[in-house]
Design a protein around this ligand. Structure first.
Ligand SMILES: Nc1nc2c(c(=O)[nH]1)N[C@H]1C(S)=C(S)[C@@H](COP(=O)(O)OP(=O)(O)OC[C@H]3O[C@@H](n4cnc5c(=O)[nH]c(N)nc54)[C@H](O)[C@@H]3O)O[C@H]1N2
Ligand SMILES: Nc1nc2c(c(=O)[nH]1)N[C@H]1C(S)=C(S)[C@@H](COP(=O)(O)OP(=O)(O)OC[C@H]3O[C@@H](n4cnc5c(=O)[nH]c(N)nc54)[C@H](O)[C@@H]3O)O[C@H]1N2
Ligand SMILES: [Mo]
Length: 672
């Protein structure tokens, strides 16, 4: 039986290496690949569910055209290509290329994803999006402070004396990281979790600190106050490697534990205790998740948390550091392309307008010169995953022509005029990086695409021909391996054949990040004081705290958190039978006091609402939730009763153009 090396290309920290068994043209088993020291335990439940996910019976296998009655009927590729060529060219000649929106989400990783923009450049340009739904506030805060987004290898965590999981639920979103947490605990290390919820990760912790959502910046300022007051600062490290210490010390002088308690709800004694842990149990690694950087104040919050490591000298040493995003293996990613983050400043030679991903619906509707007339969506499900889905829906409905490329009829695909079937990870070879471990990997073609399925690169190549656009430089059908080899050639020794044997450490990957203590910031030091932060984002040059924009008092007393969920990757996997059989389905987690105040009991159906929209869900009492806080996981869509993003507002974070999903107040009442 042939067994192939591959890797899971989902937008997930773990990016597991796989060994894929193929029998009779079908995938029959998925196992761990021993060449990846970060993912030795193999695929998670979602990974194993690929056996169902890639089966033809559960997918779209031909282009589908929506008829006047709203139903989809299969269409041949010739007719689909003719239709697209005619409609997109008509829009271009009347309104210009920017009347077409090109929207790409994070559905899959791969170098070949770049084919999309390569095509639209040849089209003469388009309207594209800037920013990102995921992590940019934290990326930008890290870049401003340390100069670069990289961190030590996953296994270095086993050497930590203290691990702080701060707004990260690794037990569900980065399951392989827990192996290294366990190793650290077995060696006598400690785990602290900082999260308004008691998560699966918190079950392993010696201490769970539960700040009011969106107030972590104040907690970090209070911790810095105690570290300085009690002499836990590593003066030699600070003098040599930190810019802005004196100014920051002055800033936190007023942030007593009592003031931090008032801002965060964390008892002053707990602030003191946590500061002592940070000061005495080193080496300290802070695994900062993405939870607390989904607020309007979150870039500043992340800078304040980073400052704790700078003050205590916990950077550049084994077992110490800031584990946020490790782009060492992300050598080909668009994330590294400043174009995607700051497009307004970086012209790329084609007519291009950029609108905000976080404000997608509003910005689409507001665009007038030229107005948007058509859209192409791939690897994304903005009608479920972007804030304010009702506005995104309205903006899509106002267009004349919409194409969505996806495996199945998602909330977004259901709004399309034409749905094109997309390939699975086993049907086209590509090369991927990761954002947690330092390996480059191949995602190999091991089976033929079923039905009429064509990879995106092939769709673009045919469409370019149909439209009379230059196809030179696009990936011709069957030409992806040659195209990939050409791009790998700048990394000596890195070939597809080598990757087919197993994962390869990225060139220059460091086991202990910043070991040389060279920080590529303007000053060459860790910047607590960042002039660039002030210049680029208009924030205070020092980390500080301002409450999230949606903070009481007002008509909506409850903060809605909508984190990621064990059983899905955003809107992916959650509709599969094997997952549904194990998943409790969408529900609203609520503390008993908040439920009782509203006369609600376990299992009651409730209306969750604000002035944007409403959602009906069953209530699940969660004894660990802080009062004033309710939780519903993102990823469920219309077939499950609607996305949580009906309730969120299209609003950017203070830096990085991220989406402030959790800056979201609601109320809850019994549903009639
Ligand atoms: N199973 C699974 N794994 C995934 C994903 C998935 O959808 N499902 N998605 C992948 C992707 S794209 C991402 S971005 C990552 C995200 O993975 P994580 O970094 O773990 O991010 P979130 O689930 O957004 O939030 C983590 C925690 O932050 C908490 N939180 C919310 N607000 C606050 C706050 O104000 N302060 C603090 N301290 N905590 C807060 C939430 O309660 C939650 O438990 O996971 C990746 N892995
Ligand atoms: N309220 C709230 N909303 C959130 C979040 C939150 O914490 N709270 N988290 C945000 C985060 S962190 C993220 S990363 C985003 C994710 O947002 P998206 O990237 O839009 O979401 P996904 O559901 O992961 O993937 C989108 C689609 O890609 C498709 N897809 C997968 N592989 C391929 C492929 O090879 N080709 C094509 N054409 N399509 C493919 C999938 O079938 C899926 O329908 O969601 C964000 N939304
Ligand atoms: Mo994400």
């Amino acid at each position: 039986m042939p067994v192939y090396t591959s890797a899971c290309p989902r937008n997930c920290y773990s990016t597991c290496s796989l060994r894929v068994t193929v029998e009779g043209g079908r995938i029959t088993a998925l196992d761990a690949h021993p060449g990846n020291e970060a993912t030795p335990e193999g695929p998670c439940l979602k990974g194993l569910s690929y056996l169902e996910r890639v089966e033809p019976a559960s997918r779209i296998l031909t282009p589908l055209l929506r008829g006047p009655d709203g139903n989809f009927t299969p269409l041949g590729w010739d007719a689909a290509l003719d239709l697209m060529a005619e409609r997109f060219l008509a829009v271009r000649s009347r309104f210009g290329p920017q009347a077409v929106l090109y929207y790409a989400g994070s559905g899959t990783k791969g170098m070949l994803n770049g084919a999309g923009m390569d095509f639209w450049r040849r089209f003469g340009g388009c309207t594209s999006t800037y920013g990102d739904l995921c992590w940019p506030a934290g990326l930008e805060a890290t870049r401003l402070t340390l100069g670069d987004n990289r961190h030590s290898a996953p296994w270095d965590l086993a050497r930590a004396g203290l691990i702080v999981m701060w707004g990260k639920n690794a037990a569900e979103t980065n399951v392989h990281q827990m192996l290294f947490v366990d190793r650290a605990l077995a060696r006598g290390g400690r785990l602290v979790v900082i999260d308004p919820r008691r998560t699966g990760t918190a079950d392993k912790a010696a201490l769970l600190v539960q700040p009011r959502p969106g107030t972590d910046g104040a907690l970090a300022l209070g911790l810095a106050h105690v570290l300085i007051r009690d002499g836990f600062v590593d003066r030699a490290f600070v003098d040599a490697h930190v810019l802005g210490y004196e100014a920051y010390a002055a800033r936190v002088a007023s942030w007593t534990p009592e003031r931090a308690q008032e801002a965060t709800g964390v008892p002053a004694a707990e602030v003191e205790a946590l500061a002592r842990e940070l000061g005495t149990r080193g080496p300290v690694t802070i695994c900062a998740g993405f939870g607390m950087q989904r607020y309007t104040n979150s870039g500043q919050t992340m800078r304040a948390i980073l400052a704790l490591l700078a003050l205590t000298g916990n950077l550049g040493r084994p077992g110490a550091g800031w584990v946020y995003a490790n782009l060492q293996s992300d050598v080909f990613s668009a994330v590294k392309d400043p174009l995607d983050f700051y497009p307004p400043e970086v012209p790329d030679g084609v007519a291009r307008i950029s609108i905000s991903t976080a404000r997608l619906g509003r910005d689409m509707a507001a665009q007038t010169d030229p107005p948007l007339k058509a859209a192409w969506v791939e690897r994304g499900n903005p009608l479920s995953q972007n804030p304010e889905t009702h506005r995104v829906r309205e903006a899509f409905r106002a267009l004349d022509f919409r194409v969505v490329v996806d495996e199945r009829l998602t909330d977004t695909a259901r709004e399309a005029d034409l749905v094109l079937p997309s390939k699975s990870l086993f049907e086209q070879t590509d090369v991927i990086g990761a954002y947690w471990h330092p390996y480059l990997q191949i995602r190999q073609k091991v089976v033929e695409p079923p039905g009429e399925v064509k990879p995106e690169t092939e769709i673009y190549w045919h469409l370019a021909k149909r439209m009379g656009l230059p196809s030179e430089g696009l990936v011709p059908p069957g030409g992806e391996e040659a195209w990939l080899e050409a791009r790998l050639s700048r990394f000596p020794g890195l070939t597809l054949d080598r990757l087919k044997e197993g994962p390869v450490l990225a060139p220059g990957a460091e086991e202990v990040a910043f070991r040389d203590l060279a920080f590529p910031t303007p000053s060459g030091r860790i910047e607590l004081l960042s002039e660039e932060a002030a210049r680029r984002w208009g924030v205070d040059p020092l980390p500080g705290f301002a409450p999230p924009e949606e903070s009481g008092p007002g008509p909506y007393p409850l903060r809605l958190l909508t984190p990621n969920h064990k059983n899905s990757i955003h809107s992916q996997f959650i509709t599969l039978d094997v997952i549904r059989a194990l998943d409790p389905g969408p529900r609203l987690l609520m503390g008993p006091a908040d439920a009782e105040a509203r006369g609600l009991r376990q299992g009651d159906r409730v209306r969750v609402f604000n002035d944007r929209a409403e959602l009906t869900l069953p209530v699940h009492l969660d004894l660990s939730l802080a009062p004033g806080c309710v939780v519903a996981f993102n990823g469920y869509g219309e077939t499950h009763g609607g996305s949580v993003n009906r309730l969120s507002l299209g609003r950017e974070t203070d830096m990085g153009h991220g989406a402030a999903f959790h800056d979201n107040l609601v109320d809850v009442e019994g549903a009639r």
